[in-house]
Design a protein around this ligand. Structure first.
Ligand code: DC
Length: 238
């Protein structure tokens, strides 16, 4: 079974689109950003600072993280994230966890510790994985690679709405500034920076609805499946 890699900056719609694609294909959705968020949470709880590469690496290597894919009425959609058995799905989405995750993610010690786990989750295929370096580093052989983007203004609007729904009071401008700063850090770090793989297809979601963006990715999946099994296509049949 093939894998689908979805990369892009913060709040470009990666999670929502990846979940929709996974649901349509009956694949598993793997959120690698959640892993970095959990490392940031665990490190914070252990009193480890975001600059302490060695201890952060140890936190990531010893991480007791678990994913549960909950069946929803429309398929295997919802993903719960557990840290030492505690459901931290909501906690890691707080406004300050994105910058904290970005800060811990710049250390190679942390990235190396998570890479094995990420690859292991995709080893049998049938996974839609989202993050920053999935198409470039984690799954360079993924049959479909997508780079999702949207204008900063649109991404800030989406993130602002999400935070408001969580009850966090923050202005749109503050959200936009924080997103821009985080993207800048993710793009300019020396290890596994946020960049589109040369063979990734760029999709700008600024003016796309979620179903439209999902449909775009599903078209790429269908094309990849046809390419992998040309017997089924009229060209290959003859
Ligand atoms: O996708 P997200 O907002 O949950 O990711 C949080 C941070 O984690 C992001 O700013 C950078 C880091 N990250 C990463 O470095 N590599 C990934 N594959 C996923 C996330």
């Amino acid at each position: 079974m093939i894998n689908v890699a979805v990369d892009g900056p913060g709040s470009a719609g990666k999670g929502t689109v990846a979940r929709g694609v996974a649901r349509a294909l009956q694949f598993r959705y793997v959120d690698t950003g959640a892993m970095y968020r959990v490392v940031a949470l665990a490190a914070g709880r252990a009193g480890v600072g975001v600059d302490d590469a060695a201890r952060l690496g140890a936190v990531a290597a010893d991480l007791d993280i678990d994913f549960r894919w909950e069946a929803t009425s429309d398929g295997p959609g919802a993903l719960r994230v557990l840290l030492e058995g505690e459901d931290v799905t909501e906690v890691i989405r707080a406004g300050d966890m994105g910058p904290a995750a970005s800060a811990v993610s710049r250390h190679p010690e942390v990235r190396d510790a998570l890479l094995g786990l990420q690859r292991q989750l995709a080893v049998r295929g049938g996974v839609v994985m989202d993050g920053r370096d999935i198409g470039t580093v984690v799954l360079p052989d993924a049959a479909v690679k997508v780079f999702l983007d949207a204008s900063l203004q649109e991404r800030a609007k989406r993130r602002h709405l999400e935070l408001q729904q969580r009850g966090e009071s923050v202005t749109l401008q503050e959200v936009a500034d924080a997103l821009a700063q985080r993207d800048d850090a993710d793009r300019n770090r020396p290890v596994a920076p946020l960049v589109a793989a040369p063979d990734a297809v760029r999709i700008d979601t600024t003016h796309l609805s979620v179903p439209q963006a999902v449909a775009e990715v599903l078209k790429l999946v269908a094309a990849a499946l046809r390419a992998a099994d040309p017997i089924d296509t009229p060209e290959g049949a003859g």
